[in-house]
Ligand binder design. Sequence first.
Ligand code: GLU
Length: 277
Amino acid sequence: MPVTRFAPSPTGFLHLGHGYSALFARQQAGQNGTMRLRVEDIDHNRCRPAFTEAMFEDLAWLGLEWPGPVRVQSEHFKDYGTQLDRLAARQLLYPCFCTRSQIAAAESDPLSAPHGRSPVYPGFCRNLDATERQDRIDAGAAHAWRIDIAAASRQTGPLTWTDLTRGQFDACPELLGDVVLSRKEFPASYHLAVTSDDALEGIEIVTRGEDLLEATHLHRLLQALLDLPVPVWNHHPLIRDESGERLAKRRNVPSLRDLRNQGTAPATLRARLGFSD
Ligand code: GLU
């Protein structure tokens, strides 16, 4: 009886792409399994409670059900702090004082961004000495915490993970570089919160869009470092419009509630997304 989850961020109204992802999570749970819903709202600059409310309504309208209580990430910063401390105890984190513009300047160097891939952090703060780090923290300098991916990979050794559609992967967390695990603006990050919550909620099949496939390499590493159970993944293709553009990238893409207001029936929408009743 597999447990899956749908974990949207309430940054706007859900659109067809979210609808597909939610129905996919439901389908992967099978008849007797459970799909959980999680609200990924750690980024208070982008998330709004009104969108969370709307999300519940729209998903129920689409015909989905989920057990309570729904985990709302912004209520659990303490848990993410505990996991962060465990990584710090393994000497795997370092404070990063870089500003967005410093990083952006380095990233616009074509050599730093291999074709087709987002640039990785150039590592400016990785080798600051301990005294300088402490002095800057004591002086109140804003800082994020990054994971030293090379050191972390040395600790775990080689890892693998499985995608139900694509098969087995060798984990390559270095593809993402030294990612931020605790941001300047709030003490967590998507990667830390999602890995920690999937384990805590007993998620056995992590379903999500294939745009997050690279992130899975890092999540597998974090699971090994934090001694968390290892799920399997199923990354689904992204919904695109007639011209092949990803819906998530488009402005003015109709939301589920627009479609509802236009009189679309939930069963029609499910069928349109390829999920027959
Ligand atoms: N909260 C993420 C999003 O809305 C999804 C994360 C995931 O499924 O792992 O894109």
